[in-house]
Design a protein around this ligand. Structure first.
Ligand code: HEC
Length: 177
């Protein structure tokens, strides 16, 4: 038979174990990115030199540049520059309206998740099975490729160029916990 001392000690140990479980879960609240190719986890980590905006996105799935660029075309030029720098223009045209590849500024999305910035990020960062390469330097394992911050700026620019109708849910995204 158990005496009170043992029961108390066991209880105390379980409370500690629970607290221990809960704490790292809070600390690592993060945007769970998945590959557009196969839904497997897209392991993109905060790295040295990441901007506060990149860190915020990797935590919350919200792209801080989207609203700023949609409201201020002058600031959106930062994203347009990156879109040109990495030659996205070759296939998608100088403003993303489509050339060899699909337009990114109309309401015909290749994947329905592209109405969220997280979904667009997953496609640009990790590529698709339909002809889009993986552009994120960590995914492609190539230091010359695109950073988290640059992809977010590109997405902000593309949102600023949107010409389709209907709702614009990317303007009202809430942090995911
Ligand atoms: C070699 C040609 C090529 C280049 C270069 C290219 N893409 Fe793409 N992109 C494609 C193709 C093809 C698709 C359609 C993919 C699919 O349907 O699976 C696509 C799809 C997309 C989509 C989804 C569009 C939609 O309507 O849902 C986005 C966003 C995108 N590309 C962004 C980029 C960005 C940003 C870059 C530069 C970093 C880039 N692409 C460079 C060929 C290209």
């Amino acid at each position: 038979m158990l005496n009170h001392g043992v029961i108390k000690a066991t209880l105390a140990a379980s409370v500690l174990a629970l607290a221990g479980l809960a704490m790292p879960m809070q600390a690592s609240a993060a945007c769970n990115l998945v590959s557009t190719k196969d839904n497997s986890p897209l392991n993109i980590k905060v790295e040295e030199g990441d901007t506060p905006e990149a860190k915020e996105f990797l935590e919350t799935c919200v792209n801080p540049y989207t609203k700023i660029y949609v409201e201020d075309p002058n600031k959106a030029k930062q994203g347009k520059r990156k879109f040109g720098l990495y030659s996205c223009t070759t296939c998608h045209g100088p403003n993303g309206d489509g050339q060899v590849a699909v337009s990114i500024t109309d309401d015909r999305w290749q994947y329905s998740k592209h109405i969220t910035d997280k979904g667009l990020f997953e496609t640009i960062a990790g590529g698709t099975n339909g002809g889009m390469a993986a552009w994120h330097k960590q995914v492609a394992n190539n230091p010359d490729l695109v950073t988290t911050d640059e992809i977010l700026k590109i997405i902000g620019f593309l949102r600023s160029q949107y010409k389709g109708g209907g709702d614009k849910p990317w303007l009202n995204e809430k942090p995911q916990k």
